[in-house]
Design a protein around this ligand. Structure first.
Ligand SMILES: [Zn+2]
Length: 503
């Protein structure tokens, strides 16, 4: 071959053969290009890791051809709020993601992240099938600057200064922005001014802010105002993570919150949201106590009355007493001959004791899948023009980790006709990329990376449930990442072409 390259015409021929060997034609498909525009019949040619041509294409000699048999070809889905990374490191083929058509996950959510240099080293050491991007976590910065066990307070000016330096360095290394999880203890005690100071650093780096806001229940109005204020002061795009109304008194008022967000947008604040398509969430038992008073029976009773439905909320993890796993809080209360409120307090005590006795325990000590939203609100948030779809998922526990994207395509799009298919896919691809500041992905367009999913809109359906949270979805037929086929016939192909997405 080296000899051959001395001859110019021969090297051009070699180049052509090389290109053809690397080219793939996906023909006979309905293209939903991720812009939200009307779908159309056509074909897509991949060359190397990029999309080379789109339209009415004929086969070239020597290229691989996939007959799409009239199914839908869409850009690979981008999950803007994912907790799948540790499972991806264990199982690099990324089945929970690929089986949903997801080709990129965005981690570093809810304020907890790896710093970019750590993430780069991890991905270099272990290739994965799916692309990964990250935000820099506010709680992580707090833990680094204030000490891991000293974050239940406001940060001192010197600590904020240190956090700002670390954040700037991480943004320079390619982090997509600043994320916070203000409802969680590690950040709950931070002052608004601390968050704004850090957000300003993200804005100076032309990045973004996304937040699991300070409350999704009792003080949700103040929490919404806080993120709007951050958008106003910093003039950068801000995104509400997994938008929801988690308090029964305010159920079915999604439209009033959307009106508030629309008003902010009209004022010039670029505020958006992501949303997952379930009426139940998954978190720690502790978040049920808005005042963080875990032994207060009145607060526990408030949680039972207002924040979740004890008869429909399942303990999905409980290391101190594995026999409770899979049971509802109401059923456990009955077993313990207590009220559900008392049981909440006792379960949290058991979990704390377990953590103290097992400081090296790896994994989730306790988690609840809590029925805490109204269907009407979930639908309203999915249909808002400025929301994109996310999973907020992990592997196991809550079915969203395996089912979110097919659930929107099946239940909400095809069956309930809440939004057209083109809009649903826009909310999983083009709009998401826009919300995250990612270029070159999220659209079927020449020059973009060839992250693609072939799906059957007639059969696409989520199958994961609380009881069987890892059931694979139906109808996701083939998935490509950076031009390489990673998933086909419900199985990984073993290819690991995922890259680290940097700002
Ligand atoms: Zn969250």
């Amino acid at each position: 071959m080296q000899i051959c390259f001395k001859n110019i015409s021969c090297s051009i021929l070699m180049l052509c053969l090389f290109q053809n060997a690397n080219a793939q034609l996906i023909k006979n498909v309905i293209i939903v290009d991720g812009t939200g525009a009307q779908s159309y019949k056509g074909a897509v040619r991949i060359s190397g890791n990029k999309i080379a041509e789109v339209g009415n294409l004929t086969e070239n000699q020597g290229e691989q051809v996939v007959d799409g048999k009239g199914k839908v070809l869409a850009p690979g889905f981008i999950d803007s709020h994912s907790h799948h990374f540790s499972s991806l490191m264990e199982h690099p083929e990324g089945i929970p993601n690929a089986s949903q058509g997801v080709t990129s996950i965005i981690i570093g959510q809810d304020g907890e992240s790896y710093l970019m240099d750590t993430l780069m080293a991890m991905m270099q050491a272990k290739p994965v099938a799916i692309n990964v991007g990250t935000y820099t976590g506010h709680s992580t910065l707090r833990e680094l600057a204030m000490g891991e066990n000293d974050v239940l307070r406001k940060a001192k000016p010197s600590e904020i200064a240190q956090m700002k330096l670390m954040l700037a360095s991480d943004l320079n290394n390619g982090s997509l922005g600043l994320s916070s999880g203000l409802e969680y203890e590690q950040a709950f005690y931070s002052a608004k001014e601390e968050v704004i100071d850090l957000a300003k650093v993200a804005a100076e780096h032309h990045t973004r802010y996304m937040s699991h806001i300070r409350s999704e229940d009792i003080t949700i109005d103040d929490a919404m105002d806080e993120i709007i204020e951050i958008g106003r002061v910093t003039k950068m795009p801000v995104q509400v993570s997994h938008i929801k109304i988690g308090i029964k008194d305010k159920w079915n008022t999604a439209n009033s919150y959307l009106l508030k967000l629309q008003k902010a947008r009209a004022e010039g604040i670029n505020i958006t949201a992501d949303v997952y398509p379930y009426n139940f969430w998954n978190s720690t038992l502790r978040v049920l106590f808005a005042k963080r008073d875990y032994e207060n029976l009145e607060s526990a009773q408030f949680a039972v009355d207002q924040v979740f439905d004890a008869t429909a909320s399942v303990l999905v993890q409980f290391a101190p007493m594995p026999s409770y796993k899979g049971k509802t809080i109401a059923a456990i209360a009955e077993e313990r001959k207590e009220t559900p409120a008392k049981t909440l307090i006792e379960l949290i005590k058991l979990a704390s004791k377990f953590k103290a006795a097992n400081p090296n325990f790896k994994g989730t000590v306790e988690a609840i899948a809590a029925k805490g939203m109204s269907d009407q609100d979930v639908s309203a948030f999915i249909s808002w023009p400025y929301s994109n779809i996310c999973s907020d998922g992990n592997t196991g526990g809550h079915p969203r980790g395996y089912g979110s994207f097919p659930r929107v395509l099946g239940k909400y799009t095809r069956d309930e006709k809440l939004i057209p298919l083109e809009t649903a896919i826009f909310k999983m691809t083009g709009l998401t990329a826009e919300h995250l500041g990612i270029k070159d992905r999220g659209l079927i367009a020449v020059g973009n990376y060839a992250d693609l999913v072939l799906l059957d809109p007639v059969t696409v359906k989520d199958n994961a449930t609380i009881q069987n949270s890892k059931a694979l979805s139906t109808g996701i037929e083939m998935v490509w990442v950076n031009g390489q086929l990673i998933f086909q016939e419900q199985k990984a192909t073993g290819k690991l072409p995922g890259v680290l997405i940097k700002k």
